[in-house]
Design a binder for this molecule. Structure first.
Ligand code: GSH
Length: 207
């Protein structure tokens, strides 16, 4: 049966689920659902009023992290969670870091350069805001990644995992916004980002 992912590709959290499905070879339909304003339809699907939400037949479940964990147990395909306890814990923390700190730092770029001007037709990007995020916040995220990656690595851990799905969609926010990773300052991260975002799964999730 084809599952439904409610929440479109502009949402990095919907993209996490799309990338996971693509990597696992799970058939899905991507359905647009805007989380603003909090419609009764959205609140019925997710009491938190956020996207994405998964529908699998008569089963409905929200939250990208929960959805991917569900698909790991139901969907077949390559595993996204390492077997080894320490790698598993590192993968979960990388996901948590990307979903909290990563989104805080990359979403201004996605918002100002893509969602606001292109999807909402709500004016030009606030480049002054982005200059300050680039100066003060972006290095925190990129320094963290640089410190986690081995030289030449194309995955954060020993194989492709949920860590890469979650970090990848944050790096993809920058790519969508036309913001590149400075390879002279963050060489490992620039190499990682280019390898990751070149995967067919991330290309399929690109809005
Ligand atoms: N922890 C949630 C976060 C979901 C989330 O924040 N989604 C955004 C869209 S990218 C949203 O629905 N925002 C609306 C809101 O926060 O009210 C997940 O992993 O699914």
């Amino acid at each position: 049966m084809t599952i439904e992912i409610h929440g479109g590709k502009p949402s990095p959290f919907a993209r996490k689920v799309i990338v996971a499905c693509e990597e696992k070879g799970i058939a899905y339909e991507s359905k647009d659902l805007i989380p603003f304003p909090k419609s009764p339809e959205l609140l019925a699907l997710n009491p938190l009023g956020k996207i994405p939400v998964l529908k699998d037949g008569d089963f409905t479940i929200p939250d990208s992290s929960v959805i991917v964990a569900y698909l790991e147990r139901t969907g077949g395909g390559p595993k996204l969670y390492p077997e080894d306890a320490k790698e598993y814990a590192r993968a979960l923390f990388a996901e948590e870091y990307a979903d909290t700190k990563g989104i805080e730092i990359t979403s201004p770029f996605l918002w100002e350069r893509f969602i606001k001007p292109k999807l909402m037709q709500a004016g030009d990007p606030d480049e002054e805001r982005l200059a300050s995020v680039r100066e003060e916040q972006l290095p925190i995220f990129l320094d963290h990644l640089e410190g986690q990656l081995e030289e030449g690595a194309t995955t954060l851990l020993s194989g492709f995992s949920i860590a890469d799905v979650a970090m990848g969609v944050q790096l993809q926010n920058l790519e969508i916004a036309g913001e590149s990773v400075d390879a002279s300052r963050w060489p490992r991260t620039a190499h990682y980002a280019s390898a990751l975002l070149g995967r067919p799964s991330f290309k399929a999730a690109h809005p």
